[in-house]
Design a protein around this ligand. Structure first.
Ligand code: SAH
Length: 396
């Protein structure tokens, strides 16, 4: 097995068990390794540190599979890790019996570059690095066994694969499409999941708990849901008795799916729902010009800052939409505002919201900090920026 020799003094983050080895920390590769091959990671003095997947084209030159230098990375290894991840989801009562559930959350489950989401009896797998690419068969077989799913669809078409020198891979990895369109029930609301053409693996599971909260808060409130995608927040607001729900997204296909989702839930009052295909930045301004006001506003934008280099521009974008978020609220109104930008820390996000409230001329307080649902566990040694963060604020 080839050896990845770390530069002297550059193995501190490894000692803290952060699984990424950046190119700038690597002294050399001794021996030959192809992309995805497992390499022995050793300190400059030769001390064994870990086993990792080699990724010659990426700035993240290797991702650690195990910090036990004696552990063998083979089919059985993936069987153990996948099984453990799936069992973890069974531990928390609120995750039991969920129809839509993230089964594997990459680094947090000890499987860097592997995402697996379960929608009913279908699992969608996304591989984003050379290591998982090499172990695809082992991962699929372990996933099938651990989840007892009927079929596995691969959605390895995330843009980050390019950084690894990998082409997109999509298609049925196990079994074949069900004749029925795929749908899940989330907190009493039926939702279509487009695993082939939808965003990510088809749905934003990390917001499940926050949608439950929305349902509770929406009672009697005029609600505005910005960046609504397939309407999951909007439908929970309707289910919770919102007096009206205006939902905005710039994607026609997303809104088409939202309309389909509303039709799947005849118990919801469709007359209270309005869908608008528009750019949120423009539409918030227009709503303000029209003097429209709301009692609950949800802002769940896409990642404005994938990494720290985009932080400044992203901060401006977050500030812009949140100024309008605060401005468009009636007295006592609630703003649920989110960021999933790796480049923006929780503290930074709070500061942006403080500035936004000031910009809107509103007094506000934080009622609750919001994060991702527990099927998206948090790796202890990752920065909080890597994960979904949100604030529930109330204006005076
Ligand atoms: N809240 C959703 C997920 C939002 S994902 C849920 O719970 O399912 C982000 C959404 O923002 C996507 O649907 C994308 O189409 C939309 N979007 C991105 N930029 C936008 C813009 N400038 N204006 C309106 N929508 C935008």
């Amino acid at each position: 097995m080839a050896q990845l020799v770390m530069l002297a003094g550059k193995d501190r983050s490894l000692a803290r068990r952060h699984p990424w080895i950046f190119a700038t920390a690597v002294e050399r590769l001794s021996g030959r390794a192809r992309p995805g091959d497992t390499v022995d990671v050793v300190a400059a003095n030769g001390r064994p540190l870990a086993k990792a997947a080699w990724s010659p084209e990426s700035k993240i030159r290797a991702r650690v599979w195990t910090f036990d230098a004696d552990e063998v990375v083979d089919d059985a290894f993936f069987k153990r890790r996948v099984q453990a991840a799936v069992e973890r989801r069974g531990m928390l009562p609120e995750l039991r019996g969920q129809d839509g559930l993230r089964l594997i959350h990459g680094e947090s489950d000890g499987l860097p570059g592997v995402i697996a989401d379960r929608y009913g009896d279908t699992v969608v797998l996304q591989l984003t690095a050379t290591g998982p690419e090499k172990w695809r068969r082992a991962i699929i077989s372990a996933l099938h066994r651990a989840s007892a799913c009927a079929r596995i669809y691969e959605r390895s078409d995330s843009g980050v694969r390019r950084l690894e020198g990998l082409d997109p891979v999509t298609g049925w990895a196990y079994g074949e499409a069900s004749p029925e369109p795929l749908a899940i029930v989330e907190n009493g609301v039926r939702l279509r999941v487009d695993i082939v053409a939808g965003h990510k693996t088809g749905f934003y599971l990390d917001q499940r708990d926050n949608r439950v909260l929305t349902r509770v808060l929406a009672a009697g409130r005029a609600t505005l849901n910005c960046f609504c995608y397939s309407g999951a927040f909007s439908l929970q607001a309707l289910a919770g008795g919102a007096s009206s729900v205006l939902s905005i997204d710039s994607s026609g296909p997303a809104l088409a799916m939202a309309a389909e989702n509303l039709a799947l839930n005849p118990h919801l009052d469709a007359n209270r729902a309005e869908w608008r295909e528009a750019d949120v930045f423009n539409e918030l301004r227009a709503l303000n010009d029209q003097g429209r006001r709301f009692d609950l506003i949800i802002l769940d934008p896409p990642k404005f800052a994938p990494s720290a280099v985009h932080a400044e521009r992203a901060a401006r974008a977050y500030r812009d939409i949140n100024v309008f978020g605060f401005r468009l609220l009636n007295p006592g109104g609630l703003l649920m505002s989110y960021s999933c930008s790796g480049g923006i820390s929780g503290e930074h996000f709070q500061q942006i919201l403080a500035e936004a409230a000031l910009g809107a001329g509103r007094e506000a307080r934080i009622l609750r900090r919001l994060g991702a649902s527990p099927d998206h566990p948090v790796a202890l040694n990752f920065s909080e920026g890597e994960y979904l963060k949100g604030l529930l604020c109330q204006v005076e």
